[in-house]
Design a protein around this ligand. Structure first.
Ligand code: PLP
Length: 475
């Protein structure tokens, strides 16, 4: 204890931070501290316990199953973190000359090449910092493409099952979204598509598999219809975890796609970041990519700014570099075979869960699903129970909830995405808990309505949290 006290004692030599006797002083005296910071005195075991306890108060992938649909909350191999912490990657500066950061540029270049091969498209930018920003980047490129051709197209078609970021990106890029309805099978309504796809429409944003977890069987026909009218086709690639090594996006006719590196290629995410949303495109769109482009010539990597038709920069510097390091590490460690296995296992896991639960919760679109599936808790309403209550009760069983109330076209939606990295034992424990919750909804609905009871914080008043938001720590 003596020693610990000594180490943390304020004011010990070398501890009192930037006072004005720092030899190469550049800070004005008025900004310098005159007394030591009042830091709490704690021992190493105390501080470690503090942070470990804090970390388990919340739910995260390292704690338990996290089947949050559409978010691909998969295991993040710790080797990714080791790679992202290498000094050579963390101690470089974005303004360094290219010849001093060849390793970083090589990694970005090779990552781009891998991603292009996965989707069979021609050119790529790694700059966008999230899927949503990737959408915005690509649709802005659509705009630039039509401007260059002097075609005044105003609209983009967006299916009614799409993620909310799709119509938002359309608006931000200067187009107006037109909602494309789904048919009774949860897929694009082809008759409606033919009707809506006029020569005033710049293109379509598709999600495939869509947010119901269903593969658009007519994807080629959809793309032909749009192309025949001179439109462009965008794939929201957030669900790429279902397609790796099975089908290449470019082969289906898409002109552009975004990747969510933080979903498909494993980086811890949630709570708003960090992310990375590279965009790959066909040749015809390459001139509009954000600058700079990373190129290779005679074994040297460099940043190329000579693209007069570029939409410009969409992010400071080159995007979230350390997310790229993680994705690169993941890709290199998985290899081609590994990637293919990821998608097959993810699809198998999702179907196992959905088929096991379809008699307890209703399954509005009963066909085979891809890497995620959507159930509905609508029958639970007979007992006054809502999907939100199921979500809260799952926390008492140690699980994070699925995505709820999305997609909007399913009432009381429960969107479950197990990912490839969960064992059958985990899936079975989740299925058992969901069945037990269904039973409780009949026998003892109050348990659900007051859940969670075993978490550090009980059910929050969400309306109050929105209306009287306090984000400041109060002493
Ligand atoms: C996650 C997601 C997005 C947005 O991606 P972010 O990286 O969160 O910005 C878009 N579409 C779908 C279908 C998604 O699941």
């Amino acid at each position: 204890m003596e020693l610990i006290f000594e180490i943390s004692k304020p004011g010990r030599k070398g501890y009192s931070l930037p006072t004005c006797d720092v030899p190469q002083r550049t800070i004005q005296a008025t900004y310098c501290r005159t007394s030591p910071i009042d830091l709490p005195e704690v021992s190493e075991p105390q501080i470690i316990r503090h942070f470990v306890n804090l970390s388990v108060m919340n739910h995260h992938v390292d704690k338990n199953f996290y089947p949050l649909g559409s978010c691909t909350m998969k295991y993040n191999p710790k080797i990714n973190e080791e790679a992202a912490r290498l000094n050579g990657f963390t101690e470089i500066h974005p303004l360094q000359q290219a010849h001093t950061v060849q390793g970083a540029l090589q990694l970005m270049y090779e990552l781009g090449e891998f991603l292009k091969a996965i989707v069979n498209l021609d050119a790529i930018t790694l700059q966008p910092a999230a899927g949503a920003q990737g959408e915005f980047t690509a649709i802005s490129m659509f705009k630039a493409y039509f401007n260059k051709r002097e075609e005044n197209r105003k609209y983009i078609l967006v299916p009614d099952s799409a993620h909310g970021t799709n119509p938002a990106s359309v608006n931000f890029s200067g187009f107006t979204p037109i909602t494309l309805p789904s048919n009774k099978d949860g897929l694009v309504d082809m008759t409606k598509l033919k009707e809506l796809m006029t020569d005033e429409v710049a293109g379509i944003m598709l999600t495939n598999p869509n947010t119901l977890g269903l593969f658009e069987k007519s994807v080629r026909e959809i793309n032909d219809i749009v192309h025949q009218k001179g439109g462009l086709i965008y794939l929201d690639g957030a669900n790429l975890n279902a397609l790796l090594g099975i089908v290449r996006v470019g082969d289906l006719g898409f002109d552009a796609v975004h990747f969510n590196l933080h979903k498909t290629f494993s980086t811890p995410h949630g709570g708003g970041g960090p992310g990375s949303g590279p965009v790959a495109v066909k040749k015809i769109l390459a001139p509009f990519l954000p600058i700079p482009i990373i190129l290779k010539k005679d074994g040297t990597y460099y940043l190329d700014y000579a693209h007069p038709n570029s939409i410009g920069k969409v992010q400071t510097y080159y995007g979230n570099f350390l997310v790229m390091v993680r994705a690169y590490t993941f890709l290199r460690s998985m290899g081609e075979q590994g990637l293919n296995k990821i998608s097959k296992s993810a699809i198998l896991n999702a179907n196992y869960i959905i088929q096991s639960l379809k008699d307890d919760y209703s399954l509005p679109y009963p066909s085979f699903c891809m890497h995620e599936g959507v159930l509905s808790g609508r029958d639970l309403r007979d007992h006054g129970v809502r999907t939100l209550d199921v979500a809260k009760r799952l926390l008492d069983f140690g699980f994070h909830a699925p995505t709820v109330y999305f997609p909007l076209i399913v009432s009381e939606a429960l969107m479950i995405e197990p990912t490839e990295s969960e064992s059958k034992e985990t899936l079975d424990r989740f299925i058992d808990s969901m069945k037990q919750i269904r039973k409780e909804s009949r026998d003892n609905p109050d348990v659900l309505k007051s859940a969670p009871t075993k978490t550090p914080v009980r059910r929050l008043d969400e309306v109050k949290a929105i209306k009287e938001l306090t984000v400041r720590w109060k002493k």
